[in-house]
Design a protein around this ligand. Structure first.
Ligand code: PLP
Length: 410
């Protein structure tokens, strides 16, 4: 009798988005004439930049001709893309990362989820709350956690984001081995300064721990003093792996391209204390289980770094950030406090009531959909996430409807 990996039985059903869908559909049935505007989604809405489309088309045409056709490429990505990533995203900002430390992949989701595979199952993990659920669920699947009890998994050090700490968790009070951090944060939109990030890097160095740093929303950082990469912090090369994606900067959510940086100086240990290079282990894992991102997609991603690509990506980000600024302004006028939206596409609003009750009120009164914060963890209770990924017209309409129909007005 074949048996399953029983760790999967510990997983909580992804109740959040199915419950949202259920409530929307009930509302639609009861109010067939009312328009609904969704500001709950983490997917982009704008088309790919022209520079990417042109490069994409050109590469597809190359595949149609035997002379320029390409079969399997390097599993780690073509050097035309890795070189540009290393030069533009890191070296240009003083971060010492070389192109052979970059692994091109088909998504930050897969990379952040898969990377834990190269660590032992009995290590101590520290994961923030609220959280992008992938870090937690993939560690549950691997058996690194205990059961789910009273709303949390056992054997996890939860790094709590609260109103008091501005959703930037304090350092753990105990030694941990693997630390998952995400800045700009999904769902809260919180960002870290170099000083705070330096504390985390020092903590990791003291504890011989590794930080998995997810910076999928790096392109939304406006404040020039904020770090865009953890490698801007001295000493991070020994203790940090960074995850980036083309999904949110250039709209590649449906095109799929991302990358992970694993410096050759990052080490982890075997049970006898022997040192092992994470780069070598990840290279082995990546080349064994992955056969590379398609050639046209990598050419489209390369175009993000062209002169016109840079301008067009900036225009895309500016567009969403204009939405975010409007949302922040209107939320403040309602008398509600929020964070995020200034260096991130997410606005995290203190609902001052149960987050599902606020969700219902927003839907029923204003026809606007948000995401209840408690879906991202216990610390999200009483908060909602509003996303700036939509057309400006829809955001204007949604905010006008909230202003007119919500009882909250200050
Ligand atoms: N990391 C974070 C924090 C995200 O919010 C998302 C997507 O919403 C991802 C990673 C996934 O990115 P990708 O589309 O590259 O898989």
């Amino acid at each position: 009798m074949i048996r399953i990996n029983e760790n999967y039985l510990k997983l909580q059903s992804s109740y959040l988005f199915s419950e949202i869908a259920k409530r929307i559909s009930a509302f639609e049935k009861a109010n067939p004439d009312k328009e609904i505007i969704k500001l709950g989604i983490g997917d982009v809405t704008m088309a790919l930049p022209d520079a990417c489309i042109t490069a994409f088309h050109r590469a597809v045409d190359e595949m149609a001709d035997e002379k320029s056709f390409r079969g399997y490429g390097p599993e780690q990505g073509y050097s035309f893309l890795r070189d540009k990533i290393a030069a533009s995203d890191f070296q240009a900002r003083g971060a010492d990362i070389s192109s052979d430390e970059i692994f091109v992949s088909d998504g930050g989701k897969c990379d952040t989820g898969n990377f834990q595979e190269i660590f032992a199952t009995d290590i101590k993990i520290a994961i923030s709350d609220p959280v992008y659920p992938v870090y937690l669920d993939t560690n549950v699947m691997a058996g690194r956690t205990g059961n789910f009890k009273n709303g949390r998994y056992e054997n996890v050090v939860y790094l709590e984001g609260t109103r008091e700490n501005g959703f930037i968790p304090d350092l753990p009070q105990e030694p941990v081995d693997l630390i998952c951090l995400c800045f700009p944060n999904n769902p809260t939109g919180a960002v870290v300064t170099k000083e705070i990030l330096r504390n985390w890097v020092e903590f990791a160095r003291e504890n011989k721990a590794i930080i998995l740093y997810d910076t999928a929303y790096e392109a939304f950082i406006r404040d020039e003093f904020l770090p865009r990469s953890i490698y801007e912090i001295e000493g991070a090369r020994e203790v940090a792996v960074e995850f980036r994606s083309f999904s949110k900067n250039a709209g590649f959510t449906g095109t799929r391209c991302a990358y992970t940086v694993v410096p050759k100086t990052c080490m982890a240990y075997d049970s006898e204390g022997g040192k092992h290079s994470l780069h070598a282990l990840w290279n082995r894992r990546h080349a064994t289980k992955f056969n590379g991102v398609s050639y046209p997609v990598q050419r489209a991603a390369e175009a993000v770094y062209s002169e016109e690509g840079k301008v067009q990506v900036k225009e895309l980000i500016d567009y969403y950030m204009k939405n975010a600024a409007l949302i922040r302004k209107e939320v403040a006028e309602l008398g509600l406090e929020c964070i995020g939206g200034d260096n991130s596409p997410y606005i995290w609003v203190d609902a001052k009531m149960d987050s599902w009750a606020f969700f219902d009120m927003l839907l029923e009164n204003a026809g606007v959909v948000c995401t209840p914060g408690e879906g991202f963890g216990q610390c999200g209770r009483g908060f909602i996430r509003i996303s700036a990924f939509n057309s400006f017209e829809n955001v204007q309409k949604a905010m006008a409807s909230i202003k007119k129909n919500m009882p909250h007005k200050a």
